[in-house]
Structure formats: C-alpha cells, structure tokens
Design a protein around this ligand. Structure first.
Ligand code: ADP
Ligand code: ZN
Ligand code: ZN
Length: 740
C-alpha cells in the first residue's frame, strides 16, 4: 500500500507551554492513516525529540518557511472529540493559560487508545524475501501465517523499528477494526451491570425525586443544553437522582461525567455508582496507580467506560457523546485549581454542557452564591428537595459563645463543659462523634509571653505552625520548617508558649479527658499515604472508633449511621482572612457538618464554639434558615459590587526585589486605569500573604459588570505588559476564589 496524498499542511498543538500551534507537513513518508482530521494525535519531531501533538487545523496553506514532517498519524478516529477540542481552546483562552500546556495536561498518552483497534496485515503476497533481513523475514512469515494481527500483539513479539520499516516499504498494511472483546471484560461487563440495576429497583423514587428525574430525562431527549441546580440537604436523595438520570442517559445512548470534590473523601458515592453500573464506571483520580489510569483511559476511548467519576480534571476526559454532567457539592472550592492552569471545573462543566448540548446538574446543600443567583434569575432550572428521604429531622445546632463560656474553667484548652458533657453522653450510648477543626498541627503558633513575638516564615509572610510531634515550627504555605526555640529570638525571654489550637493538640486534650478513647485523627499530616483516607473511613465505619477528629476533610460527603454528635470547637479560624466569601464558607461548613450527624437516628446534635455567635452566617445556619442567609449574603454582595453582581479577575504580580515590583506597579496602575473606564481597578496592593517562598506578591483586582469588557481589557493588558515590563512575571486568575 502507498499513501497517495499530496503534501498537505496541518497545524499541530504540542505539549509545550506556548500559546500557538506549529505547522507540519504531511507527505508520503508520514505513517498512519490517510484521513486527516482535527483531534487526531500525531507524532512529530520537535527539536531533537519526538512529541505527541493534536491536529488543530487541516488544509493549511504552505508556509513560506521550511516545515518538518509528521512522522505518524496515530489515531484513526480523533481521540478528542470536536466538542472537547473546542472546550480546551475556550479554557485556554478564558483562563489565560497557554494552549500547549492545557493540551499537555489532557491529551491521552500516545500509548493509549491506539493499539486496541489497530491491526496489521501483509499487503502483498508477491514478495521477494531476499530483500529483507532475517528478523524482517520472520515477521513477514509470522504475519502471513496469522493473516491479521493486532498491533498490540505484534509489538510484543517484534521490535517497533522493524514494524515501522516494513510499514514504510508498503509490505505491512494497517487496518482498523473494532477490537475483539478482551477476556477480562466478558463476564463482568453487561450482565453484572444489569443484575445490579435490578437489585436497586427496590428503591422507588419519592414524589420529589420523581419530578426532577422525569423533567430532566425528558429534557435530555431534546439534545439541548440545560443547567439545573438541585438544592437539598445531605440525605435528601440527590445522589439517587444523579444515578437515575445517568441510567436514563445511558439508555439514550449517551455518556456521563460525574465530578466530586475529592475521590478519597467520597468512597461511598463511588461504591454506589460501581454497584449500580458495574464496569461501565471509570474513576479518574491522580492518586490511582498510573497503570490503572491508563487502563481507564483506554476503556474510555473504547467507549467501554460510559460513566467517568473524577475530581476537577475529570471535566476534560476524552469521553464522547456526553449527555449529562453532574457536579456534586458544586460549591466546593476544590473545583478551582489554584495554580498553573487556574480553571474552575464547575464553570468548565457548564461550558462543556453547552458545547455537548448536554444536561448539567449541579447539586449541593449549600450552593455557591453564584449558582444560587443563576437559579434565581432563571438561568438554571432550580429544584429544592425539602425533606430528607427517611424523614429524619436535621440535628439541632447549639452555639456556645466562647466569650462567656471558657474551656479553662474546667481545665481544658479548647473544649467547653457543654461539649464535654455531650461527648460523654454520646460515648455512654456507644455512639460516635465527629470533631472538626480547620487547623492542623499542634497550635497556631508560638508566642513570646514577654514581647509578643510570633515567629514567621522567613520566606512567606505568615506565622509558623507548631507541630509538637516533630518539635518543629512549620510553614503551611511553603513547607519551610525550623526547630522550636526555647528562647525568644527577639528579647531572649524563655517565656515561650503555644497559642491557638490545631488538630494535634485537640487530640491530646480529648485523649486526656476521655481516658485514651479510641479515636482517629484525619488531616493532611496523617493522610499522606495512598489509601489512608479509605483506611480511616473504613475503621470508623466499623464502629470501634468513637471519635473521628480532623480538618475539613471529615465534614464532607461521608455517611456514618452511628454519628450522633458533631462538634466544631472553633469556627472562627479563617474568619479574619480578608475574603468576601468567608461568610459563605462559614455557613457552608456548619451546614455540611450538620449533614454528617444523625443520618440514621433522630436526636443527633451539633455543637459550635465561636467568638462570633451573632455573625449572620452562624445565626442563620443554626436556624437552618437558608433562604434568609442567601438573601442577606446577596444583598451584601450587591452593595459591595462582588460576584455574582460583578465579574472579577485577579492579576498577581511577583518579583524577588520589592523595589522593582513597586516601580512596576506604578506603571501597571496607570495603564490599567486607562484601558477601559468601566472596569473598576482595585490596587495594586501587597497580597494578604505578601511574600511567598522569598518572592514578593502584589495583587490588582479588576471588577466589571459584564465579562466581555473584562476579557478585552485583560487581553490588551496581557499584550502590552510583556513589552512594558518584561522582567516582572504575572498571572491572571479569572473568577478568583482565594486572595492569599
Ligand atoms: P444525598 O445525595 O442528597 O445525600 P442520597 O441520594 O445519598 O442523598 O440519599 C440518602 C439515603 O437515602 C441513601 O442511603 C439512599 O440510598 C437513600 N434513598 C435515596 N432515595 C431513596 C428512595 N426514594 N427510597 C428509599 N431510599 C432512598
Ligand atoms: Zn520576646
Ligand atoms: Zn513559608
């Protein structure tokens, strides 16, 4: 066989951090397939390396410079659908991140998805075998005997170079066909799946659930985009709705993406999906062994995986025919990537839904203000699940004012008497408690009782956290650490003491009060090992452990029937962070925690200790008055021109020399204020943590009523800035979530 193509030129996106594609030639030496289309992977020379790229444009005019040649077209069917391709282009553009780098993160590895449907055969039977080396002869003889062989098998027996050489001579021909079922699939695949589905038919959707399922299923039949927000407390049956909708999508021949904030924290949800859908489910997650991920991707490209469950990066999986995208706990800030490619997976999900003409379902007990507002305005369809499925009441929330009730009165550092009593009562009934404190380590910091000196990280502008177990002070930003000192480095006083609390110190206190009770501490320090989340969760589920103590990770998605008490010993942590979303976060954390209690029995309780019992998010959370909370919060946002009433972009400037940075900031201010009068420019100001890893950081915040002028301004700024002050680096953070 021979490739009869005229030379043709294509634009290829390569996995390098640049904002443009590269032009290559396809000629008769190019191996692979004849049909060239957008989204196919190609192997091309780049410098001295070979890179896998993706075709972005075909039929490009011959450029007036020397071009290199595509070595091989790897895919027959594009591995990335046109919809996903457009999504990646949009995301690169919207989030100001180089397209090469965006694709780099999401192009399936070149070994994936290919060998499965690629087969070789001998194209001609009149071969003069004398022209070939002995190894080549061996291959020819072997293949003549077998007639057709999958590339996978052939590569196992013969060197790739030999195959390629023969391919070039035209002796070998590539054909593509649907792969034979792999033996490992056969038993499991379909049969089991449907057996499981039958089993769950014992659950009959409630009227509330049925309405949502029916309406949205009908909508899916129209193959048009729709976003829906389902607001309902934990236990109100949201997950069951997702499952039914996905079942119906699959029946309509479509596929599904389910995003969760963190896989490790949602084993129960994942298990439920696997139980219902069997091997149709693929879980993509950075901590899963890479060979498993490869296998999952392989199965996604073969359309064997029809439902992908993933964390934020899951929104970019190369799944085709996406008919439904579910974003569970849509308000979670983990959906926003905070470095590099700073995308927000929920917002990308909406965009993917538009491009795929799919249904996007956002679910949460405490939706983000943005989504709530969109629902109110009618942009999203809104469903409210008023009741818990099993009609359990939400636990009663008690607030303890730390200004009045002192833990010290009873010889404690952290826990007050009502909380200790509640814990005792819970343990006496052999029930479990969850304690959530959003600060790991032993204590917030170490302070000199004489001069008040608090040791800060020399590289970051933030106080160090005391970790007793290591006898070190650790920076939670950059990881810097130093031994604990016994004399104040400023005044020399030996009067050094820890202030504030962390999970580690709280653990000590609980063990002291409750006689070495069986407990687990779950935070970043104790869950570094792969699988440790799952292990802890399983241990707690087994019921021998009475207390699960940890950072916010214990407040999420978990479902333990025996938990009767949830304590938040200090919700004020983080309140003084200058962030307009802190009210929303407090409300969310209280509601989430309440959702963890009493999932199976009535009479569960939640205790909150705080210095700010009158702060409106606390007040409304205690009363479960979501409506009033959202109303108050929206008013506040409106008054201060914060999202959703404005669109924001944060520009982050960094430099090692403060003077150069300050100088640059003067120029920046002048330019930015000039571009568009309707854009509100705040700053430049030093970032709240003004120095990170030895680099000074300044922020400029841009606000605009509409998104388009904001993007125009940023694009313009992006262009001029590089020539204006090339020595200063900056990053654009669209729709920023954090301001530290
Ligand atoms: P959410 O996702 O809102 O927390 P779930 O869908 O997990 O709610 O439902 C809570 C519990 O109730 C689960 O154990 C689920 O299996 C069960 N459940 C959900 N819907 C029904 C139903 N219609 N009938 C009986 N049990 C249900
Ligand atoms: Zn001192
Ligand atoms: Zn630091």
């Amino acid at each position: 066989m021979s490739i009869s193509l005229e030379d043709t030129y294509v634009e290829v996106i390569l996995p390098v951090p640049v904002e443009h594609g590269f032009i290559y030639r396809i000629d008769k030496t190019t191996q692979g397939i004849q049909d060239i289309t957008i989204g196919q992977r190609v192997l091309v020379p780049f410098g001295s390396r070979m890179l896998t790229g993706i075709i972005r444009k075909t039929g490009i005019e011959k450029p007036n410079y020397e071009t290199r040649v595509v070595k091989e077209v790897l895919d027959r069917v594009p591995c990335i659908s046109i919809e996903l391709f457009k999504l990646l282009e949009w995301a690169s553009d919207y989030y100001f991140h180089p397209i090469g780098d965006v694709f780099k993160q999401f192009i399936p590895h070149k070994d994936i998805g290919l060998e499965a449907n690629k087969f070789y055969k001998i194209s001609s039977y009149n071969i003069d075998l004398n022209d070939f080396s002995s190894k080549e002869k061996e291959l020819i003889a072997y293949l003549l005997n077998k007639k057709v062989l999958s590339a996978k098998t052939l590569v196992k027996r013969f060197n790739k170079d030999i195959i390629n050489r023969l391919y070039k001579t035209g002796i070998l021909e590539v054909i593509f066909k649907t792969p034979v079922k792999r033996s490992t699939d056969s038993g499991k695949d379909q049969t089991n799946t449907y057996k499981d589905i039958n089993e769950i038919d014992s659950i009959t959707p409630t009227e509330e659930q049925k309405e949502v399922i029916d309406e949205l299923t009908n909508h899916m039949k129209t193959n048009t985009f729709l976003a829906a927000l389902i607001m309902g407390v934990t236990g109100s049956g949201k997950t069951e709705i997702y499952i039914r909708l996905i079942e119906n999508a699959i029946a309509q021949g479509k596929n599904a993406i389910v995003l969760v904030p963190e896989i490790a924290l949602t084993p129960q949800l994942v298990n439920r999906f696997i139980k219902r859908f069997g091997s149709m489910v693929g879980v993509v997650h950075s901590k899963i062994k890479s060979s498993l991920i490869k296998d999952t991707y392989q199965r996604i490209l073969e359309n064997k995986v029809r439902i992908v469950i993933g964390v934020r990066a899951g929104i970019f999986v190369p799944l085709k025919h996406v008919g439904i995208i579910v974003v569970d706990e849509e308000h979670e800030h983990t959906y926003k990537q905070e470095d590099g490619f700073r995308y927000h997976a929920r917002d990308v999900a909406i965009m993917r839904g538009k491009l795929e003409h799919a249904l996007v379902v956002l679910g949460s007990a405490t939706p983000s203000i943005e989504s709530y507002y969109n629902a109110q305005k009618g942009k999203y369809k809104f469903y409210m699940l008023e009741h818990r499925v099993h009609n359990l009441p939400m636990p009663k929330i008690y607030v303890i004012d730390l200004k009045r009730e002192h833990p010290h009165k009873i010889g404690n550092e952290i826990l007050t008497k009502p909380v200790v009593d509640a814990l005792l009562e819970t343990f006496s009934k052999n029930k479990q408690a969850i304690i959530m404190l959003n600060k790991r380590g032993y204590s917030a910091s170490i302070v000199c009782a004489d001069c008040g000196h608090v040791e800060k990280c020399p590289q970051c502008d933030i106080s160090l956290t005391y970790h007793k177990q290591f006898q070190r002070l650790i920076c939670h930003y950059c990881g810097f650490s130093e031994p604990v000192f016994n004399k104040c480095p400023v005044c020399g006083s030996p009067n050094i003491k820890p202030i504030g609390i962390g999970t580690q110190k709280l653990e000590e206190e609980i063990k002291r009060i409750f006689n070495n009770i069986n407990m687990i501490r779950m935070d970043k320090d104790t869950t570094t090992k792969i699988g440790s989340h799952e292990r802890f969760i399983n241990m707690f589920s087994a019921g021998r452990i009475l207390v699960l103590l940890g950072t916010q990770m214990v407040a999420k998605g978990l479902d333990f029937p025996d938990v009767e008490l949830v304590c938040l010993p200090l919700i004020d942590v983080g309140l003084n962070i200058p962030d307009f979303r802190s009210g929303e976060r407090i409300f969310d954390i209280i509601m989430q925690s309440a959702g963890r209690a009493g999932r199976a029995t009535p009479g569960a309780r939640v205790f909150i200790q705080t210095y700010n019992p009158d702060y409106y998010p606390v007040k409304y959370a205690v009363e479960y008055n979501t409506e009033l909370f959202y109303k108050t919060e929206l008013n506040y946002r409106k008054d201060l021109f914060y999202p959703p009433f404005s669109r924001m972009a944060l520009i982050i400037f960094k430099h090692r020399k403060l003077e150069s940075l300050k100088h640059a900031m003067d120029i920046v201010t002048k330019e930015l204020n000039r571009i568009d009068k309707d854009i509100k420019v705040s700053g430049p100001v030093p970032a709240p943590v003004g120095k990170i890893k030895g680099v000074y950081v300044y922020h400029v915040l841009l606000k605009s009523t509409k998104i388009q002028p904001l993007i125009r301004t940023l694009k313009f700024f992006n262009k001029i800035f590089k020539t204006l002050i090339p020595e200063i680096s900056f990053t654009i953070d669209m729709d920023p979530q954090h301001f530290i």
